[in-house]
Design a protein around this ligand. Structure first.
Ligand code: FE2
Length: 424
């Protein structure tokens, strides 16, 4: 007797007609035609059952603050940072927690099972840290939050950031963050990378830096990050988020750089929606896209996951907690249009992102956590194409969100008859 069986599912690897049985929050069996009873049975009707979406780069302390105290007029990263600086002293721990909880509700309903959220530690009261540690606990039955201590104003540029970083890690923040391209000089940026990696090495933590988030072809912090990751034996535990400067770098230099990133086992998290929105702002025409070299990094063996970064905050006015929107944007901006490439974009917001975050028990196999999203799509490419409707969200073997199938768009009038055309 199982707690739950999802019957007749298609899996991300293409297998069809699969039953997935769950017991005590984990997957007990994955097979065709499981002949057993269960407390609850969900008929997947042949649709795609995936492990949950994973957002490996987000800012829960800033989300849903759009318009307070004002809008970002220039649309640039730097005005966004300035605007966030205006907002920080105005908000309370409760304000941050309330917004973060609202976002988590949206994310859970969209089938996101884990979020890596940066939390700004350039605030001596550590309001964001206090709020998000509380939220992490409150939502843990429904979604996993991993927090990154993020010195938004610069680990060296802000006089108390280093102390605050150590306090945040003591309080239970999971990952060491940084922003080397925002330090005062290139050498300070390099020093901040070294400091972040040494803090992580001493404490056995992961590192995830906002790294080279600019259009500056001379920015070299990813090179330093790869150097420090290798020097300190942090292979697999270090991530460069954004890496937009790689879009503008000289091709010869990149031909040297990518093997260094591979050698150091550094992961990459492009954030396609925010990168295409913020980068190239100082260009006339042609305007650079700013997305890092996704295909080249991936093909060289770098683990690449797509993040969403922002929703309705000082940097980005849109968003709906939908990782399929992010995959869709990454597909277009990265020109990832072959069948394999399109399917890979789905992996970038599921499996790859989960591995970058180091999530245990992720996947659909016996012994994995019984966490799924059922999508109204027949395969991964269709899921991205349609930004597929979520039919069910299951967490630790329990159905936590459910929705009816939807019909898509076309109503064809033929004489007096009214026919609906399903596009799935
Ligand atoms: Fe970010």
């Amino acid at each position: 007797m199982f707690d739950l069986i999802v019957r007749n599912a298609t899996l991300a690897d293409g297998r069809t007609g699969i039953d997935v049985a769950c017991k005590d929050g984990v997957i007990a069996a994955v097979d065709e035609g499981i002949a057993a009873e269960a407390g609850e049975v969900i008929d997947a009707k042949g649709y795609l059952l995936s492990p949950p979406f994973v957002d490996p780069h987000f800012h829960l302390d800033a989300t849903l603050s759009l318009g307070t105290p004002r809008m970002n007029v220039s649309g640039t990263l730097l005005e966004g940072i300035g605007l966030w600086g205006e907002l920080k002293p105005l908000q309370s721990v409760e304000d941050i927690a309330t917004r973060a909880l609202r976002y988590c509700e949206l994310a859970i309903a969209k089938g996101i099972g884990a979020i890596r959220s940066h939390v700004d530690i350039c605030d001596d009261e550590l309001k964001g840290v206090r709020a998000l540690l509380d939220v992490r606990e409150k939502v843990s039955d429904h979604i996993d939050l991993q927090l990154v201590a993020f010195p938004q104003d610069g680990l060296l540029r802000d006089p108390t950031a280093k102390d605050n970083m150590m306090r945040a890690l003591e309080m239970g923040v999971d990952v060491v963050g940084g922003i080397p391209h925002f330090e005062r000089t290139m050498s300070d940026g390099a020093e901040s990378v070294r400091m972040c990696c040494e803090i992580a090495a001493e404490r056995g933590l992961m590192v995830d830096l906002h790294c080279d988030e600019s259009d500056d072809p001379q920015s070299r912090h990813i090179e330093t990050l790869a150097f420090e990751a290798r020097r300190l034996g942090l292979q697999g535990r270090v991530t460069g988020s954004h890496l937009t400067s790689m879009h503008s770098m000289d091709n010869y230099y990149v031909s040297k750089l990518i093997p260094l990133i591979v050698e150091a086992g550094v992961n990459a998290i492009p954030n396609p929606a925010i990168n295409i929105m913020l980068q190239g702002r100082h260009d006339s025409y042609p305007k650079r896209r700013g997305l890092t070299r996704v295909r080249e990094l991936r093909d060289a063996g770098v683990r690449v996951g797509f993040g969403s970064d922002c929703m309705m905050d000082p940097w980005y006015s849109l968003g709906k907690a939908d990782m399929l929107d992010i995959a869709f944007m990454g597909l277009h901006v990265g020109q990832l249009a072959s069948l394999d490439d399109m399917a890979w974009c789905f992996d970038a917001v599921t499996e790859n992102a989960a591995r970058i975050m180091g999530l245990d028990g992720y996947g659909i196999a016996k012994g994995c956590d019984a966490n799924f999203v059922l999508l109204q799509a027949n395969n991964k490419i269709e899921a991205v194409r349609l930004r597929a409707h979520r039919l069910a969200v299951i967490r630790r073997g329990k159905l936590i969100c459910q929705s009816n199938e939807v019909t898509f768009g076309l109503t064809v009038l033929s004489g007096a008859a009214l026919n609906e055309a399903r596009l799935t």
